[in-house]
Design a protein around this ligand. Structure first.
Ligand SMILES: Cc1ncc(COP(=O)(O)O)c(C=O)c1O
Length: 460
């Protein structure tokens, strides 16, 4: 029997025309961009931009209506009270601070949690989280379950923390040296993979038993909750709203990039349970972001965020959203194109190491595949592999990543099923000529975060 996919639970009221480039034009554009997809003008991406799902979603008519009523008062704006009420309702933590995006939340909160500490341990740190742990003078340790590393093996919760290893780290490093244990939901770096409530609560209890703070990186809390409803027996009859509250039960704090599951183009939040931490958060927010009632955001964006927090946990929307990912993954599976399986919540992570086994990590197979997708169909994806990882800061030698993923991140409520078919068809065409695809070398690179601005050249 054919699986049932759920249609878009919305109709289209306003459209944004897309430019169509010929293959010759695309060849010229990618060469001029020195084979770096970040250097392409967005207008040169025909038709589908899968670079990120962050801040690229389409707002609803209710959100746009909110933009019109957003109160731009410097202090005590109406929208501030609305977003406070919405965030407290959704997450259940008593104190909430607005900031302008996820990394701003990290910049404000992590130095408070890590003061005088040496380590943060997470299921996996997102890049900016890792950067802010390091900027706070600590080291970031990843502790994901081993099942996440095998892209072909089915496992319900590949985002989970390896609890045995977590206990071992605490014994080895000393609980007094660990400032925070972080759960990233969903686990972006492992392929948008979900974390179960059982695992979240077990990690929280371990943290608390050792007197360590427990924090959730809530960028994709709603997608995570949907997977829990599908896969964790105890929650199959719970509402998404109740599952989200249960996920956050007992957490000391959270950071959130609202650009994902709150479906806004800009925004972030910090949540706290402890009043003393919240007082410090407010002080740092005033220094770095702006007065506490706007936190670096305009009133119109805050209003849209208050609406988006509720829309993001709507079950019909999530069924369609995850259904899109499963539809695309299903087409790739039929065609024998390898990806992190089962597919995660916000992207399909194509396993370029398996699709292009003749290209070694130091010739960047995932980047080669991203370039091929642009050549083939004007689709923009990105490398999450050795090209992104960069060089060892001590030896200057190219590091080898655990995964060579070409990430197809799908913006929320933006593309239709025919766009997904174009992506699948393009990959199928590429698979047919995979043997002939060559790797790349770097001809110019900055010392850090090189993937954004490096220049590359084709090999052979
Ligand atoms: C899991 C996770 N945490 C934090 C961030 C940082 O958020 P922002 O891009 O809003 O600064 C991201 C962004 O992609 C993310 O995926």
């Amino acid at each position: 029997m054919k699986p049932i996919y759920y249609p878009e639970p919305f109709r289209i009221k306003s459209v944004e025309p897309l430019r169509i480039l010929t293959r010759e034009e695309r060849e010229e554009k990618i060469a001029t961009a020195h084979y770096n997809v970040f250097a392409l003008a967005a207008g040169d991406v025909y038709i589908i931009d899968l670079l990120t799902d962050s801040g690229t979603g389409a707002m609803s008519s209710a959100q746009w209506a909110g933009v019109m009523v957003g109160d731009e008062s410097y202090a005590g704006a109406d929208c501030y009270y609305k977003v406070q009420a919405a965030a407290k309702r959704v997450f259940g933590l008593p104190y909430v601070q607005l900031v302008h995006q996820g990394r701003a939340a990290e910049k404000v909160l992590l130095p408070i949690l890590l003061e005088g500490k040496k380590y943060a341990i997470a299921n996996m740190h997102f890049d900016t989280t890792r950067a802010h742990v390091e900027l706070a003078g600590a080291r970031a340790i990843d502790c994901v379950v081993p099942e996440a590393l095998d892209t072909t093996a089915y496992y319900d919760f590949k985002g989970n923390m390896d609890l045995g290893r977590l206990e071992a780290y605490i014994r080895e490093l000393g609980a007094e040296n660990i400032g925070v244990i972080i759960m990233t939901v969903t686990n972006n770096s492992a392929g948008g993979q979900p974390v179960s409530i059982e695992n979240l609560h077990a990690a929280r209890d371990i943290a608390h038993r050792h007197g360590i703070k427990f924090m959730i990186d809530a960028a994709r809390h709603a997608e995570n909750a949907y997977f829990i409803k599908q896969r964790e027996e105890a929650y199959k009859n719970s509402s998404i709203a109740d599952i989200v509250r249960e996920m956050f039960e007992g957490a000391d704090c959270f950071t959130m990039s609202a650009k994902k599951d709150a479906i806004v183009n800009m925004g972030g939040l910090i949540g706290c349970r402890d009043r003393a931490i919240f007082e410090l958060v407010k002080q740092r927010t005033i220094s770095f972001e702006g007065f506490i009632t706007y936190g670096g955001m305009s009133g119109r964006d805050i209003e849209a965020l208050a609406v988006g927090l509720e829309e993001g946990i709507d079950e019909n929307y999530l069924r369609y959203r995850i259904g899109q990912m499963q539809y695309l993954a299903g087409r790739l599976e039929e065609a024998g194109i390898p990806f992190q399986s089962p597919v995660g919540g916000h992207a399909v992570f194509v396993d370029a190491k398996k699709l292009l086994p003749h290209i070694p990590y130091y010739e960047f197979p995932a980047q080669a595949l991203a370039i091929e997708l642009y050549r083939e169909a004007g689709i923009r994806a990105c490398d999450i592999g050795s090209y992104m990882l960069g060089n060892d800061p001590d030896t200057g030698k190219q590091l080898e990543a655990d995964f060579e993923f070409t990430r197809l991140a799908v913006p929320r409520r933006v593309y239709t099923q025919s766009h997904l078919d174009v992506i699948a068809d393009a990959l199928i065409n590429i698979k047919e000529r995979a043997d002939a695809i060559k790797g790349y070398k770097i001809v110019e690179e900055p010392p850090i975060l090189r993937h954004f601005t490096a220049k590359l050249a084709p090999l052979g």
